[in-house]
Design a protein around this ligand. Structure first.
Ligand code: CAA
Length: 392
C-alpha cells in the first residue's frame, strides 16, 4: 500500500533579522555568517507568536485545500505535534491547535519530543497509523523557536517556523518507503533542562556527532534497503544552518561519488537550503521546510527519489526516502510561501534585542500582548496562567 505526504506547507514569523546587522553589532565578520555557516537572515517571533500559532498558520493551506476539494475535516483522526519548545509540561500544544482549526472532537492529539528529530518519529508513526485505517488522515506538525543565549556562537543560528503535513495512503506528493536507517546514541551535544529557556550546546561537538549520525543511519539504511547512493536524485538534511547540510552531504557522498562532480553534489541539495538560509533553524521543522524549499524551487520532479536525514541532538538520526508522485505540483503552495517570505519585515538589532527579551509573564495575572504578527492565528495574551489564542 502506498503511504506518504499528501500535502505539506510551512509558516514562519513575519519578522526577520539580517545577519549582517547582527554581525555589525556583535563584532563577528558578516562573512562568517553568510559564508562560514551559510545563513543570511533569521526569523524572529513576535510577542504574540508561539509554536501553537505558527503551527495553526502552517495548517491553514492544508485545511483550505481539503475544503476546496470537498474533503471532510473529520477524516483527520489524529494530530501528532512534534516540538522541543513546547508551552506546557503537561497539556499538549496540539489541543490548542485542535480548537483553533475546528478539528473533530473524535480526533486524538498528542505531543512528541526528541530535540529536532521528533517530527520524523511522528511521520513514521503516522504512516503506520494510516496503513491500519486507510481512509483516515494524520496531521503531523513540526513547530519550534530556536533560541540560544545572546552573544554566543549559537546566536546566529536562531530562527523559527512550523511545518504541517497530511499523511495518508495514496499520497499526492511523495510516497515514503518503509525501509529506514536509524542511529541512536546517548550524547550531550545540545540539551535544554526544564529550568532553562535557552539550549545548552557544545557547538563544535554537536556538528561532529551530527556527521557521525549521518554515516551510521545511512549504514543502517543500507542493511534495510537495496537502494544505493547513485539511486538518489536529491537529499534533504536537518538544517541547523545551511553549511551543516553541505558538510553532511560531502561526508555521506565520500566513497560513493563515482562519476559525480562537486557541482553534481551541490545540485542534489542546493534548492533545499534556500528557505533555511533566510528563516534560520526551526529545529523539528527545519528538515521539512528544507523539503518544501526543494519542491518550491525544482520543477519536474515526478519519479525523483529524495533521501532525508533527520537529526535530533542527544541523539537520534534517521535516514529515510521517498519518491515524488505524478501530479504532485498541483498540491504545492509555492506562491503562498514566497509571498509570506517576501512580506516579512526586517528588524533592527535594537528591535531584535527587545523581542528577544520579551518573556510571557509568569505572575498569573491578566496580560494582553501587542499585536505584532500578521498571521491568522495569534497569542492574544495570558490570564491565570492560561494562554489565550485568537483567530484574526
Ligand atoms: N569568512 C568565511 N568563513 C568564515 C569566516 C569568514 N570571515 N570566519 C569563520 N568562518 C568559517 C569557519 O572557518 C567555520 O567553517 P568550517 O566549519 O568549515 O571550519 C565556520 O565559519 C564557522 O566558524 P566557527 O567554527 O569558528 O564558528 P563557531 O564555533 O563560532 O560557531 C557553531 C559554529 C558551533 C556551529 C555555532 O553556530 C553553534 O554552536 N550553533 C548551534 C549548534 C548547532 O547548530 N549545531 C549543529 C549540529 S546539532 C543539530 O543539528 C541540532 C540542532 O538543530 C541544534
Amino acid at each position: 500500500m502506498s503511504v506518504g505526504i499528501d500535502d505539506i506547507s510551512f509558516y514562519t514569523s513575519n519578522f526577520c533579522l539580517d545577519l549582517q546587522e547582527l554581525a555589525a553589532n556583535n563584532g563577528a565578520s558578516a562573512a562568517k555568517y553568510t559564508v562560514g555557516i551559510g545563513q543570511d537572515r533569521m526569523s524572529i517571533p513576535g510577542a504574540d507568536e508561539d509554536v501553537v500559532t505558527m503551527a495553526a498558520n502552517a495548517c491553514l493551506p492544508l485545511l483550505e485545500g481539503m475544503a476546496e476539494r470537498g474533503e471532510q475535516i473529520d477524516t483527520i483522526t489524529s494530530v501528532l505535534f512534534a516540538t522541543e519548545t513546547g508551552i506546557d509540561q503537561s497539556k499538549a500544544a496540539g489541543v490548542y491547535l485542535h480548537k483553533l482549526l475546528g478539528l473533530s472532537s473524535h480526533c486524538r492529539v498528542v505531543e512528541l519530543k526528541h530535540a529536532c528529530y521528533s517530527a520524523t518519529a511522528a511521520l513514521q508513526m503516522a504512516a503506520a497509523m494510516v496503513v491500519r485505517k486507510p481512509a483516515e488522515k494524520v496531521l503531523v506538525i513540526a513547530a519550534d523557536i530556536a533560541r540560544y543565549e545572546r552573544q554566543t556562537p549559537g546566536e546566529a543560528t536562531q530562527g523559527c517556523g512550523a511545518a504541517a503535513m497530511l499523511v495518508t495512503t495514496q499520497p499526492r506528493i511523495i510516497e515514503l518507503d518503509p525501509e529506514t536507517g536509524v542511529h541512536t546514541e546517548d550524547v550531550m551535544d545540545f540539551w535544554r533542562p526544564n529550568y532553562r529557556s535557552t539550549a545548552i550546546v557544545d557547538g563544535k561537538y554537536s556538528t561532529k556527532v551530527y556527521l557521525r549520525s549521518v554515516r551510521a543511519a545511512w549504514q543502517d539504511f543500507q542493511r534495510q534497503s537495496s537502494l544505493l547512493f547513485k539511486d538518489f536524485d536529491y537529499f534533504c538534511y536537518h538544517l541547523p544552518f545551511s553549511r551543516m547540510a553541505q558538510k553532511a552531504h560531502t561526508h555521506l557522498a565520500n566513497g560513493h561519488k563515482h562519476h559525480m562532480t562537486e557541482d553534481d553534489l551541490s545540485e542534489q541539495i542546493d534548492a533545499s537550503l534556500i528557505y533555511n538560509r533566510i528563516t534560520g533553524n526551526s529545529y523539528t521543522a527545519a528538515l521539512y521546510i528544507g523539503f518544501i524549499s526543494l519542491l518550491d524551487h525544482v520543477a519536474d520532479m515526478v519519479g525523483k527519489r529524495v533521501g532525508f536525514f533527520s537529526y535530533g541532538s542527544g541523539s537520534v538520526g534517521e535516514f529515510f526516502t521517498g519518491k515524488l508522485v505524478a501530479g504532485y505540483e498541483a498540491m504545492l503552495h509555492t506562491q503562498r510561501h514566497q509571498t509570506m517570505l517576501a512580506d516579512r519585515q526586517p528588524i533592527s538589532y535594537a528591535e531584535y534585542v527587545e523581542m528577544y527579551d520579551f518573556q510571557v509573564p509568569t505572575d498569573g495575572g491578566t496580560h494582553d500582548f501587542p499585536q505584532q504578527t500578521n498571521g491568522r492565528f495569534r497569542l492574544a495574551g495570558i490570564s491565570q496562567h492560561k494562554r489565550q489564542y485568537e483567530a484574526r
